[in-house]
Design a protein around this ligand. Sequence first.
Ligand code: UDP
Ligand code: MG
Length: 336
Amino acid sequence: MISRNPREPGLISIVIPVFDEAANLDALIPRLFGLLEREGLTSEVICIDDGSRDQTWDRLVAWRAHYPALTLVGLSRNFGKEVAIAAGLDIAEGNAVILMDGDLQHPPEVIPEFIAQWRAGYDIAYGVRRNRDHDGALRRALSRAFYRVFNSISDTLITADAGDFRLMDRKVVDAIRRMRERARFMKGIYAWVGFKSVSVEFAVTERAHGKSSFSSKRLFGLAFDGILSFSTVPLRIAMYAGAVIAFASIALGTYYLVRTLIFGIDVPGFASIIVSTLALSGFTMLQIGLMGLYLGRIYDEVKARPLYLVREIIGKAAASEIVGANSALSLIKGPV
Ligand code: UDP
Ligand code: MG
């Protein structure tokens, strides 16, 4: 147990990235506000519309008429969940910020437990799924394999069960806000910032309406992104492999030279030449490709484009002062 004075909650921000969640919002918003009222929490709820193509924005605007504590941020297009979260964190003003999905998979009823842990002194309370039955066996096996590989080659250790459903203290949020990288592997970012954390179990339910935006292909891409953002070991593996092959070829060359000097030239050996040429060029191409991946990433980052662009904000008069440089509002008003 951490001994510290209990925190006064003050303002609590709830950040919800939404992409095509019109049907789910109609159930989530009243359920969430009902809970916040029952708990007597001073709170703001920030929904980030991540370029939805359905009625999401209209539904949000309609709900705002009932709940003025709702702040709406519409991004100019779909930037992906990770970036939508970044936009939410930029705008949230609370002493603690709670992240949750908009598809009812993260039950709002867990929020009081998050807040209790935070008031007891923890900086982060993260939700851990009690059940993973909704995922197939193959996906679970692949996911386990990914965490094993990631943790064996990265200095930043991540846990399989800590997801985006979490409460973060203001200082954690400020730390994450300083990380403006484009390749946003959230599990890596959460682990990198550190701070005192505690897990809170919750039962994940089936998505209420619609289907997950994270297809196997997108998850695979995310896993790849994660490894490239938090580890340079793949580069080193390529370098070691190159070094081993280079030394082996020098030894082989020396051997052939000596043999030729002693026994003269013999013709056989096409097979070995072809095999070694192919193997070498294969390894070389692999290494160039790998370097290209990291280089592409550097290119993306040095362009220093804004993480996201805002189309519209409803509900926060002074938002321009809250949102720092390099983000949405300073861009709407022109460069700073
Ligand atoms: N989401 C988003 N942008 C996207 C994809 C998803 O803001 O490009 C939101 C989505 O509306 C939901 C949350 O992120 O609130 C989690 O998405 P989803 O349910 O598709 O992912 P899963 O639950 O399968 O991890
Ligand atoms: Mg979901």
